[in-house]
Design a protein around this ligand. Structure first.
Ligand code: ADP
Ligand code: MG
Length: 734
């Protein structure tokens, strides 16, 4: 019988190029078509209700119950007119993916015999869904006997429709909280962190004389990387299907040395896939913008235009779902994992972040006047202070078993957090720091904050540093350490909270100086000098990959947590928790629960990999290796019969026998490694306490898994290609 992999390979090779279906459309006509947007709400809601809702969206105030009823009814009418049959609260539990539970709009009329259906969707249903929370991680906050969690619409993210073959479902972006009021999701703390940063940023703006802005929002643009491979290959690999990464597979013979894929011509099937994805994004009001090939073969990137953080994150969660679902249609399998292929560049999510006031001003934009620039420098100082003081918090926002393959593993970006500012800005900061020491005059002169002569920063740096985990790119910071499959929420929760804390500190310094009779200019001068000086060690413009940087970072006292387990242990440090607690983002109980869940997630992810390494090794790879061994054994016997023990090479038995023995040794090694992994797995499982299990998972299971893989990959290179069952890197990636 022919090996399935070979059959698939032939099928792909012989595939006739069928022309893809063409369907042209105008983005502006479909944009937001599936969203119950502000525009539609304005049309459909009574004026006063709409005005109050708009205020709720701007200020995050709670929605009045009477209004909720009216809004729900308008939503329902719109949804049903657009062929919706069901609605669902859509939320982001700590599993890392989104969750939903669908309910029909229709209920039988109270007179059961009349055969009629009534539709029903009240304000109560909009703000309070009640999914059974017992199957979502709560880190012990809620025991199953009180397994109730509530979901409530977050009005800052509009409801939308998703289509299936029989109709549509109305999706209600929601927060998810426990019966006792604790957050069980990632949206609640994100909203709270935005409030925190808004409050502190406004404090600074007021000092600069701005009396009109009434809110500041984090703006986020998320670049998403992903891999596409032929679905027929993926279906032959349980590791790709279930874990999103190959647990076995020898490095392909062609590497990515030439980087010939990067920004290369996009092949037609991929381009059609991308266009389809974008159309669906447009319909959902997601402003898709760029698409291109990435560095690794079969790797691609997509980025929308930035939006308020909450919306950007909801949209990114949806985008990941669209990418996965649409791939099927084009015969692809989409891999969002951080490291689907060992030895090939991994995937990340670049989280571009800035702060914008309610009047549309980007607070991280240098601006044109000395005053604007002084304010910009204060916010810049805030960022340096935030990243320097809360680097553990930020590192914690990037944990995950998948991301451990990138951070701290000789791949971009390094696990050490530092800020790239570029030469120009770094020298401005240097002169501000030095001025204080050398020259007293400057204090009198607003114009001399080293700023009046500050040229407009080029929006596109020529010396953009791709190795930095946190880079200033003209008018925003790009946090590059987020994993490609992860939610961007933790990163923005951490950024907003750290920034809120830093700005709070800076505001206090300025306020105190001014209370002591200093002018704003003097206060700004001395505060900037002090803050820049204290936090200059977080600035690093060099090569983040080098060994030298690790040593230098150690001298500067910057933490370097190479893996999830080592940094997660610090989640419960009071210095880490306090900043979140004091800024009203998460309570101690919520934080401890989260630490527990993140440990469990890590253990769960790796244990699935362990089980698959074992089952694929034992039931797929070993049998094929043994078949080949058997064949070689027969040959060796035959050779001995024909030629005697005489060797072609001196001293040894015939070469067939030599080959047989070598092969047998490798297979035995594989067999033993699998047994060892099995034993360690059982031992790890029996440990009590998440920390002990997580540590054993990292220190014993991962090395054992790597050993299994290493020998299997050697076998892949020598076992008869016709017998090898798993699609190879060569085939999948090129
Ligand atoms: P790169 O050159 O790194 O590939 P781009 O310059 O194309 O990236 O922008 C990357 C992302 O940054 C996009 O999503 C873009 O909308 C977003 N972005 C641009 N300006 C801002 C800003 N002020 N705040 C947040 N995100 C922004
Ligand atoms: Mg980028």
């Amino acid at each position: 019988m022919e090996n399935v992999r070979i059959a698939v390979k032939k099928e792909i090779a012989n595939q006739k190029l069928t022309s893809l279906h063409h369907e042209f459309y105008s983005p502006s006509q479909v944009y937001g078509k599936n969203v119950f947007s502000l525009k539609i709400m304005r049309e459909r809601l009574p004026k006063q209700v709409f005005n109050r809702l708009e205020n709720v969206i701007k200020t995050n105030a709670p929605l009045a119950e009477g209004d909720a009823d009216i809004i729900a009814s308008a939503m329902k009418d719109w949804a049903i007119e657009n062929h919706a049959t069901h609605y669902t609260h859509w939320f982001q539990p700590m599993t890392g993916v989104t969750a939903e539970k669908h309910d029909a709009f229709f209920v039988p009329s109270s007179n059961h015999n009349d055969g009629n259906l009534l539709n029903e969707f009240s304000g109560k249903m909009l703000v309070k869904g009640e999914p059974d929370a017992s199957s979502f991680p709560s880190g012990g906050i809620r025991s199953t006997f009180e397994a109730r969690g509530y979901t409530a619409w977050d009005p800052t993210s509009p409801v939308f429709l998703l289509e299936n073959s029989h109709g549509k479902t109305l999706y209600v972006p929601s927060v998810f909280i426990s019966y006792t009021g604790e957050s069980l999701d990632r949206k609640t703390p994100l909203l709270r962190s935005n409030e925190a940063v808004s409050k502190q940023a406004l404090r600074i703006l007021r000092l600069f004389g701005n009396t009109t802005a009434n809110n500041v929002t984090a703006m986020v643009g998320i670049e998403q990387e992903y891999f596409l491979i032929d679905k027929r290959y993926a279906l032959l690999r349980d590791d790709l299907k279930l874990c999103g990464r190959s647990l076995y597979g020898a490095m392909s013979d062609k590497g990515q040395e030439l980087e010939d894929h990067y920004f290369g011509t996009i092949n037609e099937r991929v381009l059609s896939f991308m266009a389809d994805v974008e159309k669906q994004m447009f319909e959902l009001g997601i402003p898709a913008k760029t698409r291109h090939n990435e560095v690794a073969p079969a790797q691609f990137e997509l980025a929308p235009v930035f939006e308020p953080a909450n919306l950007a994150i909801d949209h990114n969660m949806l985008t990941m779902q669209i990418l996965r679902n649409t791939a099927e249609k084009y015969g692809f399998f989409c891999l969002l994992h951080e490291k689907p292929f060992a030895g090939i560049n991994g995937s990340g999510k670049h989280n571009n972040w800035s702060l914008c006031d309610s009047e549309g001003n980007n607070l991280l934009d240098p601006g044109n006047t000395p005053m604007d620039n002084a304010q910009f420098l204060v916010f810049l100082a805030g960022v340096l202070k935030a990243v320097h003081e809360h680097s553990i918090l930020l590192r914690l926002a990037t944990v995950g078993a998948g991301n451990d393959h990138r951070l701290g593993a000789n791949e971009a970006p390094p696990a050490i957090l530092s800020v790239f500012l570029g030469a120009q800005l770094t020298s401005v900061i240097g002169s501000i720091i030095n001025d204080t020491e050398e020259n007293e005059d400057w204090k009198q002169d607003m114009i001399k904050i080293g700023i009046s002569s500050l040229p407009p920063f080029p929006k596109d740096f020529s010396d953009r540093n791709r190795t930095s985990p946190f880079a200033f790119t003209g008018n925003k910071f790009e946090f590059r350490a987020v994993g490609s499959s992860a939610s961007s929420a933790p990163a923005n929760i951490a950024l907003n909270t750290a920034m809120a804390n830093a700005l709070g500190g800076i505001a206090l310094m300025l306020e105190t100086a001014m209370a002591n009779g200093k002018t704003l200019a003097q206060a700004v001068h001395e505060t900037l000098a002090a803050v820049f000086k204290a936090h200059f060690p977080i600035v690093f413009n060099g090569n983040g990959y080098g060994k030298e940087w690790q040593e230098e970072a150690k001298r500067r006292g910057l933490p370097d947590f190479k893996d999830t387990v080592s940094v997660l242990a610090h989640y419960s440090d009071s210095s880490v928790m306090n900043v979140l607690i004091q800024n009203g983002v998460l309570s101690e109980r919520e934080l401890l629960a989260r630490q527990d869940i993140l440990f469990e997630n890590y253990i769960r992810d790796i244990h699935v990999e362990v089980k698959l390494t074992l089952s694929m090794g034992r039931s797929i790879l070993l049998p094929s290796c043994l078949q080949w061994l058997n064949k070689v054994g027969e040959l060796a016997e035959k050779a001995e019969e024909l030629c005697g023990k005489q060797s072609v090479t001196q001293g040894a038995a015939n070469f067939e026998m030599h080959y047989y023995q070598q092969l047998r040794e490798l297979i035995a090694e594989f067999y033993n490694n699998l047994n060892e992994l099995d034993e360690e797995h059982i031992k790890t499982d029996s440990l009590s306490g998440v920390f002990a299990r997580a540590e054993a998972t990292r220190d014993r299971l991962i090395p054992c898994m790597n050993k299994c893989r290493a020998v299997a990959d050697k076998l892949e290179k020598i076992v008869d290609d016709n017998l090898w069952p798993l699609p190879k890197y060569n085939e999948m990636l090129w």
